[in-house]
Design a protein around this ligand. Structure first.
Ligand code: GLC
Ligand code: CA
Length: 585
């Protein structure tokens, strides 16, 4: 392989995800918008960001915050216009940055013109663009959906349409009908409208929403009953990673992506087997550039339902990191490094400590960990200042997300408002709920955290702690802040890319429940050792026996100046302390 083939630009990139509704409001209507994003591009450039990923800003009824698209070729008017997006693309390019969009083509909104036509009659030419099935009937004559599948947002995956007497499939909300990828005309229309339209305007690629669900499998059959309290049952094994998945992605690549040299990062839930993940990201097979494998963000989720929080211990996280670092060893695949996005609780609250004493230190610890791992690094807005989950005192009315709200309602109905059950639901939502990531970005200590300035007030409640955790304050604090640390870590990662971005990972003491120690080996003989204390007590760690390790980065301000330049073998780590050592660089 030539150097150019082995090292496409996106491997070294640091990407930053923007959630348009919550990033920055420019016109005071309480909702973030595209001009708001534009006003912060220099902030992102200064942080060291190479790629901006903008979550759906397309026209949409906003049932699922824009993941229900009614027109791929328009921008949701409150966010701005296609012209605003062109300006944003240009602003990124002028600064040597790239911009990628969300590609949401497993489903559309039920308000998309394609679906309106499809549902209009059984013989409409677009009928087959979505997945329609006749009802089943129980012995007592009751109408039943074609299968017992449970949707991601509670309830069934099938909606009965009185007008034509059939059900349509929706893996997500009933307002998000699934497109029928088996139909070639549908695929061509998707390529044109959702992809070429934006690639022709200069976007550099896509984050591909639920990329492994387009091929539903030939058989629609009932899922086994794992939760007898409900008719609907989890059924992802029937519709994820279906038989024609790879064929569809190869086609998408050959027909569209390769002509623009576009990068893709696919969202790949329900795929725990490394060989199956490699089937998507092997470079020679030309499907996706990389994927988000879900193990790390699934930590703590319940088996029966995502929002049945389960306690976990550090070796679980370490094992997951090791697995998805090492699965590319000796292959032509690539991996990603991330632990936040708009569907997840904040990493400081989930994986470290959001207590006032340690939240900044532990945010830096996570930065040290992520910044040293192999793969393309993705940050989510607010992660760079250590934003934390919404306060446990917030009631269900403060939540906005359809997934959380529907789950709460379902459990309230099922348990007849049992306080113990609802407490558990609220506790799980406070840790895992998607709204945790959707609170307005905390820019300043002023009213509404500087996110919006108008009378309308923000579309979603601002975190109570915005006065303490905000960009302005951290800029003032400089190097010692979480933001200052991330900036330094990103620069350091780029400077030592051979070992940090591309090196081979090895874990040490993987059973230890308090500390995480790992090493990295670069192709040119460089070595890195990272020691992390994931606890609020002092811990002793052994450093890997690499020759000539020198302390380089730590998350305690006073971190042992005396030690810089001195070879270390073992040392005590203070609460949530992390240190990075290098050799041969
Ligand atoms: C993905 C998105 C999520 C959305 C879902 C349906 O998982 O990240 O936010 O609700 O797809 O499009
Ligand atoms: Ca606005």
């Amino acid at each position: 392989m030539s150097g150019a083939t082995a090292r496409p630009w996106w491997k070294d990139a640091v990407c930053y995800q923007i959630y348009p509704a919550s990033f920055k409001d420019s016109n005071g209507d309480g909702l973030g918008d595209v001009p708001g994003i534009l006003s912060k591009i220099d902030y992102l450039r200064d942080l060291g960001i190479d790629v901006v990923w903008v979550s759906p800003m397309f026209d949409s009824p906003q049932v699922d915050m824009g993941y229900d698209i009614s027109d791929y070729e328009k921008v949701y008017p409150p966010y701005g216009s296609v012209k605003d997006m062109e300006d944003l693309i240009e602003a990124c390019h002028q600064r040597g940055m790239k911009l990628i969009l969300d590609l949401v083509v497993n489903h559309t909104s039920d308000q998309h013109a394609w679906f309106r036509e499809s549902r209009s009659s059984k013989d409409n030419p677009k009928r087959d663009w979505y997945i329609w099935k006749p009802p089943r009937y129980a012995e007592d004559g009751n109408r039943l959906p074609p299968t017992n599948w449970r949707s991601y947002f509670s309830g069934q995956t099938w909606e009965y349409d009185e007008h034509t007497g059939e059900y349509y499939l929706h893996l997500f909300a009933k307002e998000q009908p699934d497109l029928n990828w088996e139909n070639e005309a549908t695929r061509k229309a998707i390529y044109d409208s959702a992809m070429r339209f934006w690639l022709d305007r200069g976007v550099d690629g896509f984050r591909v929403d639920v990329v492994n669900m387009y091929s539903k499998g030939v058989e629609f059959k009932d899922a086994p009953i794992v939760d007898p309290r409900f008719y609907e049952q989890p059924a992802w094994c029937y519709y994820a990673n279906g038989p024609r998945m790879h064929e569809f992605l190869r086609e998408m690549n050959a027909e569209v992506l390769k002509h623009y040299d576009a990068v893709t990062v696919g969202e790949l839930p329900h795929t725990p087997d490394p060989s199956k993940v490699l089937d998507y990201v092997g470079a020679s097979d030309k499907q996706l550039s990389m994927v988000f494998q879900f193990d790390i963000v699934d930590i703590g989720q319940g088996r029966e339902h995502k929002y049945h929080f389960e306690e976990w211990k550090l070796p679980l996280l370490k094992g997951i990191v090791a697995k998805w670092q090492q699965f590319i060893d000796g292959t032509d695949g690539w991996t990603t490094v991330f632990c936040e996005n708009h569907d997840q609780g904040r990493s400081v609250s989930r994986f470290a400590s959001d207590s006032p004493a340690y939240r900044a230190t532990s945010a830096k610890l996570l930065s040290l960990m992520l910044g040293s791992l192999t793969g393309t690094l993705f940050l989510y807005q607010g992660q760079e200042i250590g934003m934390i989950n919404l306060p446990p005192s917030w009631p269900i009315d403060a939540y906005r997300d359809i997934e959380s709200v529907n789950f709460y309602k379902t459990m309230a109905a099922q348990s007849q408002d049992d306080p113990a059950e609802l407490d558990y639901v609220m506790r799980s939502l406070q840790i895992l709920g998607r709204d945790n990531a959707r609170l307005p970005m905390q820019w300043t200590g002023e009213r509404h955290a500087g996110f919006t300035h108008g009378k309308a007030g923000p579309w979603m409640r601002v975190h109570d702690l915005y006065g303490e955790i905000n960009v302005e304050r951290q800029v003032r604090e400089g190097e010692g802040s979480v933001l200052g640390f991330w900036r330094r870590m990103i620069a350091f990662r780029k400077e030592h890319a051979e070992v940090l971005v591309h090196g081979a990972f090895e874990g040490f003491g993987m059973g230890d429940e308090k500390t995480f120690v790992f090493g990295k080996k670069g192709a040119g003989g460089q070595r890195a050792a990272v020691v992390l204390n994931f606890s609020g007590e002092e811990q002793e760690v052994e450093l890997p026996g690499y020759e000539g390790l020198v302390f380089r980065v730590g998350n305690y301000d006073d971190a042992a100046e005396e030690e810089k330049g001195v070879e270390a073998k073992s040392r005590k780590l203070r609460p949530w302390e992390g240190r990075l050592y290098l050799a041969g660089c």
